[in-house]
Design a protein around this ligand. Sequence first.
Ligand code: PLP
Length: 429
Amino acid sequence: MVSISPLLSVRHLLALSLALNVSLMLSIILEKAKLEERVKGCPMKLEHTNISPFTGDGEITDNDETIINLDHGNPTMYEKYWQQMGDRTTVVISGWQFTSYFSDIKNLCWFLEPELAEEIIRLHRVVGNAITNGYHIVIGTGSSQLFQAALYALSSDATEPVSVVSAAPYYSSYPVITDCLKSGLYKWEGDARAFDKTGPYIELVTSPNNPDGFVRQSVVNRSGGILIHDFAYYWPQYTPITAPADYDLMLFTISKSSGHAGMRIGWALVKDEIVARKMVKYIEVNTIGVSKDSQLRASKVLRVISDGSGLAHRFEGETFFGFSHRDMELRWYLLREAVNKSEIFSLPDFTPEFCNYWSRVFEPLPAFAWLKCGDGIEDCETFLRGHKIWTRSGRYFGVSPSFVRISMLDRDPTFNLFVKRLSRIRSPE
Ligand SMILES: Cc1ncc(COP(=O)(O)O)c(C=O)c1O
C-alpha cells in the first residue's frame, strides 16, 4: 500500500476543498450575473409590465380589478414553447385507427402503447432522473389515477385499513383522493411526522414537494411501511437532477414535465411485478385502459423533447428544458424582487446543488411559490383575495393559513400582473 504523509494529505485535502468551494461560489455568482443581465433586457421587468392579462399584447395598466387566479397548478406557461414548435408535435389520427381496447397483449400493462413505453425510457435516460431498467411501466390517466391504483395494489391484501400519510405540507389532493370513496382498504392519517399508529402504512414522498418545493426523503422509517415516490416535479426546469431515482414505486406525469396536463397521461415505474399487475388490474376495472389517442400525442411530445435535449448544451435556448428552465429562473428572480419590495411576505430559501443534467449548480425553481404572510396576517389566502389574487391556503396542505401556495406555471401576462401587483401590496394598517 502507498503511504502518504498525513500532514501533506490533510493540506492537500484542505486546498482541494477550498478550490471546490471557490469554484462553486464563482459558478453561482456567474450564473446570477448572467440572469441579472438577462432581466435588464427582458420585457418582463417589473417596471415595464404593460401586457394584457389575456392576449399578451396591447397595453394595460393594472387597475387592481383583474382577478389573478393562481390557485391551480395549470401549466399554461409551456404553451408558448409548443407554439414555437409548430407542427413538430402535430398528430393526425384517422377514424379507423386505435379502435381496439388493446395495445400490446404480451406486455404486463396491455393497454400501454409500445412507442410511448420507448419514449418514456428514452426520456429518463436523456434526463438521468430515474432508472428504468428492471421496472415495469404502468400507464395511467394522469398520475392521479396511478396514485389510486397504487393505493389499491399496496393495500388489497391487508386485514385492516392501511394508514396513508405524507409529511406536511403535503399535496392537497392526497387526503381528498384517499378518502373520496371511504374505502375499507386504506385511510388518510395526515402528517407523516405526527404519525404514531401501529400497523401497516403507506408514506407518500413528493420530491420536489408540492407545495413548498423542497427535496424530500421518507420520514416515518418504520417496519411495515411502503413508500410511494411522487416525482411529478423531478425535472431539470424545476430542480437539480442529482441522481437517477431508483425507488420501488415512482410516479411521473406529463402534466408537469412537458406541460400537457390536458392529455391526462402519467406513468408509474414499478419494481415489483405483483404490485404492477394489481395496478394494471385497478386501471382495467376503473377505465379499461388509457386513451390511445393521448398516448400517441404523449409519445410524440416526449420524442421532440428527447431529440432536442441531446443537444441541450449547444442549443440551450431551443430545447424544451432550456426554454422552461430559463423562464422559471426569470420568474423566480422577479418574484423574489416583488416579495422584497412589499416587505410583508417571505419565501423559502433553497440550497443550490449540482445538476447532472445541466452540469452546473443552481437553486431549485419550484412550480409553486410557498408564500408566507407576515405582519400579523393570519389568513394569507383571504388577505390576497382582498387584492384579487387567488391562491390556495396552507390549511389544505395540513399547515397554518398564514401560508399560501401560488402557481408559478401560468401564462406570462398573468404572471407579470401578479408580481407587479404583489410588489405594491403593503401592510394592512
Ligand atoms: C405532486 C403531484 N402529484 C400528482 C399530480 C397530478 O398529476 P396528473 O395531472 O398527472 O394527474 C400533481 C398535479 O398537480 C402533483 O402536483
